[in-house]
Structure formats: C-alpha cells, structure tokens
Design a protein around this ligand. Structure first.
Ligand SMILES: Cc1cc2nc3c(=O)[nH]c(=O)nc-3n(C[C@H](O)[C@H](O)[C@H](O)COP(=O)(O)O)c2cc1C
Length: 191
C-alpha cells in the first residue's frame, strides 16, 4: 500500500474480529515506530506489546472508548481488540517527547493499516493500572495505548459542518467529520 493511500484509508477502528494478530506483524509496527523522527534523536520511547488473552482482558478494563458516542459505549466482548501496544516514555523530562509519541504512533497506525489491521490510539486510559498490569517499572511512564486487530467496523470521513463529533448511523457505520481542505489551506498570505 502506498503511504498516501494508507493515510487516506486509515480510520480509528474500535470493533474487531477475534482472529489473533501475528506477533511479527505487531513487531513490524513497532519497528516503524523505532525509525520515526525523534527530537535530537534522543529516542525516549519504548513499547510493550500485549497479546496474552488474560492481560488483554485486564488492559481492556483500563480503556475508554469513543467518548462522543452516547449513551456510553464499549466494544462487546466479541469485538474487543486482540492486541495492544503500550507506548512508554523513559524520559518525561525530554521537552519534545510528546511530539516523538505523535510521530511514532502515526507510524504504528499507518503500518497497521498497510498490514490490513485496524487500530485506535487511546489516551483516555488508567495509567497507574496499566503500569501494574504490564509490570512496568517506575523508570518508564505510560503515555498511550494502541488497540489493534482485524477490522469489524466501517468508518468513513465526511465534511465537517457544524460539529466535530463523530457519530454512528443506523447501519453502525461510523462517520468522522473532518475540516475541508479549502478551510485549512492559506496560500501565500493568510487572507
Ligand atoms: C492523542 C489521541 C488520543 C485519543 N484517545 C482516544 C481514546 O481514549 N479513546 C478513543 O476511543 N479514541 C481515542 N482517539 C481516537 C480519536 O477519537 C480519533 O482519532 C478521532 O475521532 C478522529 O478519527 P480518525 O482517527 O478515524 O480520523 C484518540 C486519538 C488521539 C490522536
């Protein structure tokens, strides 16, 4: 898959088939993160891959899903992610680590898309519990979690009109409003 095609087709996916994801494919996603741009090349990030069924079940309890969907919604048991990548920071004093996380996680979700996987970046998470579940030492901070699995939902972009809130239609298709290209480009001068 071409990079631009992966960027265009990738959407956050929150419902998954239960077919396991091959560990080598997940490692490939982390390898893409490893090679992402890094401020001063300090490379402050590490990754905990979680595929064990019991650990996945514990991790699932620490995550919050699709806050705009009301009433409160979570994936059903048979729709849960089958793997996770927990993004860790070993130096939160690094003033640019959050930018590094952005580049690294984008590389992960685009690689996942290229491999035919769905993904969702999650930051609305219970970090202390995750630290405990994955036995992460205090030298490393939990930044975010990326849910992975084979896609069991369709999500599509639509032009943003009056609200940024994504929504589900009667066929359970997720609609994600994005600002129109013409509304965000300024050529030569702002106005
Ligand atoms: C930093 C960040 C944190 C996010 N946290 C969550 C989260 O906790 N739960 C969730 O369901 N989605 C989360 N998302 C996914 C966003 O809701 C999603 O990217 C947004 O609605 C746009 O949809 P798209 O990814 O399909 O373009 C997060 C995305 C980002 C970039």
């Amino acid at each position: 898959m071409k990079v631009y095609d992966a960027i265009i087709s990738r959407r956050s996916i929150r419902r998954f088939h239960q077919k396991p994801v091959n560990l080598e494919v997940i490692k490939k996603c982390v390898n893409a993160a490893r090679l992402a741009p890094s401020a001063a090349n300090l490379q402050p990030l590490e990754y905990c891959i979680v595929t064990d069924k019991i650990l996945c079940a514990h991790l699932f309890e620490t995550l919050s899903w699709a806050a705009y969907i009301q009433p409160k919604w979570v994936p059903k048991e048979e729709e849960r992610p089958t793997a996770y990548i927990v993004v860790l920071v070993r130096d939160t004093q690094n003033p640019y680590y959050e930018r590094d996380v952005g580049f690294a996680t984008e590389n992960i979700v685009l690689t996942a898309e290229g491999e035919g996987l769905g993904s969702c970046i999650l930051c609305n998470i219970e970090r202390v519990k995750i630290q405990d579940i994955c036995k992460i030492p205090m030298t490393h901070a939990v930044d975010s979690v990326i849910a992975l699995g084979y896609k069991a939902e369709t999500s599509m972009v639509e032009d943003l009109k009056d609200s940024v809130k994504y929504w589900r239609d009667e066929r359970n298709i997720l609609h994600v409003p994005k600002r129109r290209l013409d509304d965000i480009i300024h050529i030569n001068m702002f106005s």
